[in-house]
Ligand binder design. Structure first.
Ligand SMILES: Nc1nc2c(ncn2[C@@H]2O[C@H](COP(=O)(O)O[C@H]3[C@@H](O)[C@H](n4cnc5c(=O)[nH]c(N)nc54)O[C@@H]3COP(=O)(O)O)[C@@H](O)[C@H]2O)c(=O)[nH]1
Length: 727
C-alpha cells in the first residue's frame, strides 16, 4: 500500500538504511537531511524498484500543482506527459541497465492538466541490505525552456530573414556588390557574379577595382570608384552615364549603377553597396534611335539635323582658327522625271548610288548629307581657300558626267551646285545654308549641270524667283498667259508648213514676259505641268477654231518640257485635250529636246511610240545641243529634226558649224525626217540651208513669233510667207 502525502512519510523512511558503520552518524544527520529535502527548491521524489513513487517533497508537489492525486503510490512515468513517457522509459532502462546517468528534460503533467518543462536527474540509492530504489530530482525549467523557444524562434526568424534577403538579392535583376571601408569586396549576388565573371568565393576580400572593373565607354579611361565616393560623401551616388563594365574574360557591357554607404549600428559608415545592371541593349537601342534621328534612312547619310549641328561646330572652330568653311548645295537635275517615269524604286536606287559617288569624291573628314528628296549637301570644314570648294564641285560635275547604270537603266544624271563660304557669305550656319541654296537655284537657272558661287545679288534673284512663282500661280487662275505663233517655212517653196506655239505671260504689272523669264521657274516649281496643259489645250482650241472658220490650218507644234514629258498622266492629258478640242491629232506636233529623250531612252521610246500611235507629229528640238545616241535616234519614231539656232547662227561664216549643220541635215534626211533650221535670221544662212537641202526654216528672217490675231491674219492671207527665194 503506497504512502500518501498525508501519511507524513519522511525521506528517512523512504531511503533504505545505511550500513552498520554509518548508522549512528546517519541517524544524527537525518533531521538535517529531512529539513534539506523538505525545504529544497528542487523537487525530489523517491521511487521503489518498480518505479512507484514512495516519497515526494513539497517542491515536487508544488511542481505537480494543487488538487491532484498524491504522487506517492503512482508510477513515476505517469508524472510526465504521455508523449514523453517512452523517451523517459528508454533513458531509465539505459540508466538501470548500463549505469548511464539519468538526465532527462521532459514535460511534467500537472494536476490541472497543464505541462511544465522539468529536468530530471536520478541517482540509484546504494546499500546492499536495503530496498532498491532511486531518488530523482525535478527542476522546473519552464522559464528556461520558454527563453530557449523565444531564442529559437528568433534565430529561425533571423535565418528566414537572411534566407529571404539572399533569395531576394539573387532574384532581383540587378547585380549587388558590397565592400568594407578599405574597399574590399564583402558580398556579391549571383547577378554580380555573372556580370563580373568572379564567383563570390573568389571575389571576397579582393580590392573592388579588381572585381568591378569599370571604364568610360568613350575615353576608355578607368572610371572613378563609386563605392569610395559614396563612403566619402556618405550619400548615394550615381555612376557616370557612359560606364562600361569589363568582365573578367575581357568582354564588356554597358552598365548603369549607383552606390550607397552602409552604416553600422552606431550609424557610422562601414562600407558601401553598389547596385548595377546591364544597359547594353537599351544603350544600343538609344544609339540606334539617335542614329535614325540624325541620318537619312535611304542613304544612311547624315540628315539635315546632323548637318546643321556639324556646320555650327565647324563654323565655331573655323572662327577660332581663322579658317573658312565651305558648303556645297547639290540638286540632282531632272530627278523628278526619273522618279515619275521609272518609278520610285529606281529613284531610290539612284539616290543610294549617288550618295556613294558623292562620298567617294570627298575626304572622310568632310560631311556628305542628304537634305531630303534629290538634294544633297557637302560640308568642307576648314578650307584654306574658296578654290578648294570649287575644285570639289568641278570634280563632282566631272564624275557625274559619266552615265549611271541602275538596274539595267543607263541614266545620265547631272548636278546643279551652289557654294557658299563662311565667313564671306554668312557668319552662321543658317545664313551659309540659305546662301548655298540660293547659289544652287542660280545654277539651275543657268541651265543646270554647273556650279555657282554665291554672290549677294543672288538673294535679290531668289526673292524675284519667289515673286515670279506666286505670280505664275495667279496667272494660271486669272488667265494671264497668251500664245504667240512663229511660222515654219518650206525653204524651197516659201509656203508655211507649220508654226510653233510660244507662250507669253501678260503680267498686269510687269507687262509681256518672255518664256526665258518664267519657264525655268515654272519647271523647277512643277507649275510647268498645268501651264504646259494650258498651252496644249489653247493651241489645239485655237487651231480647231481657225480650221472651223475655214482657214487653211497648218500643224502647230508645242514645246514639251521634261517635267511634263515624265509626268505620269502625260499621255492621258494629251488624249483628253485632243478629244476635248476635237482637233485632228496630225495637226498637233510635240517638240522635245534630245536631253529629255536621252535621260531614260527606253522609257522615252515607249512614250513616243504611244504618242505616235495616237497620230501626232514628233520633233526633236534644239538638236545638236544634247547628247544623243544615234542608235536611239533611229529607234525613236521622230518626224522632224530641229537644228538648234546656235549652229545656224554662224553657219555661213564658221566652217565647223557649216560642217555640223550639213551633217545634221544629211542625217535627218537619211532617217527620213523633216529637217528644220531654227533661228534663221540672214539671207546667207538661208542660202546655205537651201544649198544643203534643209527642208524648212524658222526665224526672224521669215517672221517674228506672232500674236494669235496676227497669225490668224497670216493664215487668212494664204500660207505663203515671202522669202527672197519665193519673191
Ligand atoms: N515648255 C515650254 N517652253 C516654251 C514654251 N514657249 C516657249 N518655250 C521655250 O522658251 C524658250 C524661249 O522661247 P522664246 O523666247 O519664245 O523664243 C523662241 C523664239 O522667239 C526664238 N526665235 C525664233 N526665231 C529666232 C531667231 O531668228 N533668232 C533668235 N535669236 N531667236 C529666235 O527661239 C525660241 C524658240 O526656240 P525653240 O523652242 O528652241 O524652237 C525656248 O526654248 C522655247 O522652247 C512653252 O509653251 N512651253
Amino acid at each position: 500500500m503506497p504512502a500518501s502525502r498525508g501519511d507524513a512519510m519522511t525521506m528517512q523512511s523512504a531511503i533504505p538504511p545505511a550500513g552498520e558503520d554509518g548508522a549512528d552518524s546517519r541517524e544524527d544527520a537525518e533531521p538535517y537531511f529531512q529539513a534539506l529535502v523538505e525545504t529544497s527548491p528542487l523537487g525530489i521524489f523517491a521511487i521503489d524498484a518498480q518505479g512507484i513513487c514512495v516519497y515526494a517533497n513539497p517542491s515536487c508537489c508544488r511542481i505537480a500543482g494543487p488538487g491532484g492525486e498524491p504522487l506517492e503510490g503512482c508510477d513515476w512515468h505517469h508524472f510526465l506527459c504521455p508523449e514523453d513517457r517512452l523517451q523517459a522509459s528508454a533513458a531509465w532502462t539505459a540508466t538501470t541497465q548500463q549505469g548511464i546517468p539519468f538526465r532527462l528534460e521532459a514535460r511534467w503533467l500537472c494536476a490541472d492538466g497543464s505541462l511544465s518543462w522539468v529536468r530530471l536527474n536520478a541517482a540509484v540509492l546504494p546499500g546492499a541490505n536495503c530496498r532498491p530504489g532511486h531518488v530523482l530530482t525535478v527542476e522546473d525549467i519552464s522559464d528556461r525552456k520558454a527563453a530557449d523557444e523565444v531564442l529559437r524562434l528568433a534565430e529561425e526568424a533571423l535565418f528566414a530573414e537572411k534566407e529571404r534577403a539572399q533569395v531576394t538579392l539573387n532574384s532581383i535583376g540587378d547585380a549587388v556588390l558590397t565592400t568594407d571601408m578599405p574597399g574590399k569586396v564583402t558580398y556579391m549576388n549571383l547577378v554580380a557574379e555573372k556580370m563580373t565573371g568572379w564567383s563570390r568565393a573568389e571575389a571576397l576580400g579582393r580590392p573592388l577595382a579588381e572585381v568591378f572593373h569599370i571604364v568610360n565607354g568613350l575615353t576608355r579611361e578607368v572610371a572613378a570608384d563609386p563605392a569610395r565616393r559614396a563612403m566619402a560623401e556618405d550619400r548615394t551616388v550615381e555612376l557616370a552615364t557612359d560606364c562600361v563594365l569589363v568582365h573578367r574574360d575581357g568582354s564588356e557591357s554597358s552598365i548603369e549603377d549607383s552606390a550607397a554607404p552602409i552604416h553600422n549600428r552606431d550609424g557610422r559608415v562601414s562600407g558601401a553597396v553598389i547596385v548595377f545592371h546591364d544597359v547594353s541593349e537599351s544603350r544600343a537601342m538609344a544609339a540606334r534611335m539617335s542614329h535614325l534621328a540624325h541620318h537619312d534612312f535611304l542613304t544612311g547619310l547624315p540628315n539635315r539635323a546632323l548637318l546643321t549641328e556639324r556646320l555650327s561646330q565647324a563654323i565655331g572652330l573655323a572662327r577660332r582658327r581663322h579658317k573658312q568653311v565651305a558648303l556645297l548645295f547639290l540638286d540632282v537635275d531632272y530627278f523628278k522625271h526619273i522618279n515619275d517615269s521609272l518609278g520610285h524604286r529606281i529613284g531610290d536606287l539612284l539616290l543610294q548610288a549617288l550618295a556613294e559617288r558623292l562620298i567617294a569624291c570627298v575626304r572622310t573628314t568632310d560631311t556628305v548629307c542628304r537634305q531630303g528628296g534629290d538634294e544633297f549637301v557637302i560640308l568642307l570644314s576648314e578650307v584654306e581657300h574658296i578654290d578648294d570648294a570649287t575644285r570639289v564641285a568641278e570634280k563632282l560635275l566631272q564624275v557625274f558626267s559619266l552615265p549611271q547604270l541602275i538596274d539595267g537603266h543607263e541614266l545620265h544624271v547631272t548636278l546643279s551646285i551652289g557654294i557658299s563660304v563662311y565667313p564671306d557669305d554668312g557668319d552662321n550656319a543658317e545664313a551659309v545654308m540659305q546662301n548655298a541654296d540660293t547659289a544652287m537655284y542660280h545654277a539651275k537657272a543657268r541651265g543646270r549641270n554647273n556650279c555657282q558661287l554665291f554672290r549677294p545679288e543672288m538673294n535679290t534673284r531668289a526673292v524675284q524667283r519667289q515673286f515670279i512663282e506666286s505670280g505664275l500661280r495667279r496667272a494660271l487662275k486669272q488667265g494671264e498667259f497668251l500664245l504667240y505663233y512663229q511660222p515654219k517655212i518650206d525653204l524651197h517653196s516659201g509656203t508655211m508648213t507649220g508654226a510653233e506655239a510660244l507662250i507669253r505671260w501678260q503680267d498686269p504689272q510687269l507687262g509681256l514676259m518672255q518664256p526665258a523669264q518664267f519657264v525655268p521657274i515654272a519647271e523647277e516649281s512643277g507649275l510647268i505641268v498645268p501651264i504646259g496643259r494650258w498651252v496644249m489645250r489653247e493651241a489645239c482650241r485655237q487651231l480647231k477654231a481657225w480650221q472651223d472658220a475655214g482657214l487653211l490650218a497648218v500643224p502647230v507644234s508645242v514645246n514639251i518640257s521634261a517635267v511634263e514629258f515624265r509626268h505620269k498622266s502625260f499621255l492621258e492629258g494629251v488624249a483628253l485635250i485632243l478629244s476635248e478640242t476635237g482637233l485632228s491629232p496630225e495637226l498637233l506636233e510635240l517638240e522635245l529636246t534630245e536631253s529629255i529623250l536621252m535621260q531614260d531612252a527606253e522609257a522615252s521610246a515607249l512614250v513616243l511610240t504611244a504618242l505616235k500611235r495616237m497620230g501626232m507629229q514628233l520633233a526633236i528640238d534644239d538638236f545638236g545641243t544634247g547628247y544623243s545616241s544615234l542608235s536611239y535616234l533611229k529607234r525613236f519614231p521622230i518626224d522632224t529634226l530641229k537644228i538648234d539656232q546656235s549652229f545656224v547662227h554662224d553657219v555661213a561664216t564658221d566652217a565647223d558649224d557649216a560642217t555640223i549643220v550639213s551633217a545634221m541635215i544629211g542625217m535627218g534626211r537619211s532617217l527620213k525626217q523633216r529637217v528644220v533650221a531654227e533661228g534663221v535670221e540672214t539671207l546667207e544662212q538661208l542660202a546655205f540651208l537651201r544649198a544643203h537641202q534643209c527642208h524648212d526654216g524658222q526665224g526672224f528672217q521669215f517672221s517674228q513669233p506672232l500674236c494669235a490675231e496676227d497669225f490668224r491674219r497670216l493664215l487668212g492671207s494664204g500660207t505663203r510667207v515671202t522669202t527672197p527665194h519665193s519673191q
